[in-house]
Design a protein around this ligand. Sequence first.
Ligand SMILES: *[C@@H]1O[C@H](CO)[C@@H](O)[C@H](O)[C@H]1NC(C)=O
Ligand SMILES: *[C@@H]1O[C@H](CO)[C@@H](O)[C@H](O)[C@H]1NC(C)=O
Ligand SMILES: *[C@@H]1O[C@H](CO)[C@@H](O)[C@H](O)[C@H]1NC(C)=O
Length: 364
Amino acid sequence: MVVTPINGRGPTTTAFLLCILMLENRVCAAASAVYVMGDSLVDVGNNNYLPLSIIKADFPHNGIDFPTGKPNGRFSNGQNAADFLAKKIGLPTSPPYLSLIGGATPPLSGVNFASGGAGILNETGGLLFKEAISLAQQLDYFTMVHDKLILELGPSGAQVHLSTSLFTIIIGSNDLFAYFNLGSIVAKQYTQQQYVDRMVSNFEGLLKTLYGLGARKLVVTGVGAIGCCPIQRKVNRTGECNVEINYWATKYNDGLKMMLQGLKSESTGLNYAYFDTYGAMVNLFQNHETYGFTEIKEACCGRGNLNADVACIPLATYCPNRRNHVFWDLYHPTEAVASLFSDILYNGTQELMVPMNIEELLRV
Ligand SMILES: *[C@@H]1O[C@H](CO)[C@@H](O)[C@H](O)[C@H]1NC(C)=O
Ligand SMILES: *[C@@H]1O[C@H](CO)[C@@H](O)[C@H](O)[C@H]1NC(C)=O
Ligand SMILES: *[C@@H]1O[C@H](CO)[C@@H](O)[C@H](O)[C@H]1NC(C)=O
């Protein structure tokens, strides 16, 4: 396509005009900021600031493949989905909210509120790991950022900023782990169906609040085949997945998808990209060699049966080749899987991204 420069405007202005005219879709794929909420899959260091939490990643061998080679609060050998998605969008990784305390102005390119162990339900983090920032609390923190944005940009400036920002929310696994934990209190209070319904309705309430604060572009992921992570497989004599947890993960995902559809139909200007994490994991397990993975059951870092008897703590050992393992530790994927899944989130097909992928979401 040939573009005639108008009145000597530079290339930046020309690209901007193109974007307004929607002549070149790729140029238009931009976001003002990325606000991230969720659990350890996208925590970039918030839990380092929690005094009571027993789920942390600020010690070896986490981070060995990170650019600095050092542990940094990511539950991974390297970068996680929050890093890869920011990179694809052309923004720096949003910093952990708790690193900004002390009156610092939050960066206009976004903030990350995610916390390892967090759940959709308030009680989840406490039940599993003593302390985590629940999704409701993450939203409270976002409200404070929102108020600062209004002071900085004015009401209409903040509205434009928020409506052109991505809100990425990756959460839900811990709520299910809390239910299916041995001796679970919540399992005595609710049936499985009541519990997943409660997850969905709580999530819906929180998303409505987010919409009310100006969010218009949501990236939401379903829960993966969490019954196949090493900590679940190790309790099965032949290393098979826990079918019950997987079943309720799919039931939750069904409810989540319906909720998102309904929310979009009643919320003017709201759009979302939903990632079928479960389907992506099943596909990965079935075709792992195609993607370069040879080890789908055993954790890379840990000790004992499937390296899942012990978490990735300093006394654990780790595999020499992280690139061929699906799991970094007893719960979390390797950097290689986070990268693969981020590619799908960004420009995957309808098979796993409904009703659109992130690239399309940025253009609506
Ligand atoms: C969850 O915690 C938040 C505070 O972060 C509170 O406002 C909310 O009412 C709680 N929700 C429920 C269902 O208890
Ligand atoms: C192991 O998993 C398989 C497949 O899910 C299941 O049929 C079997 O009952 C499990 N065995 C144990 C000991 O949990
Ligand atoms: C998706 O993006 C990746 C790079 O991030 C690229 O290699 C791939 O070709 C893209 N696929 C499509 C279908 O656009």
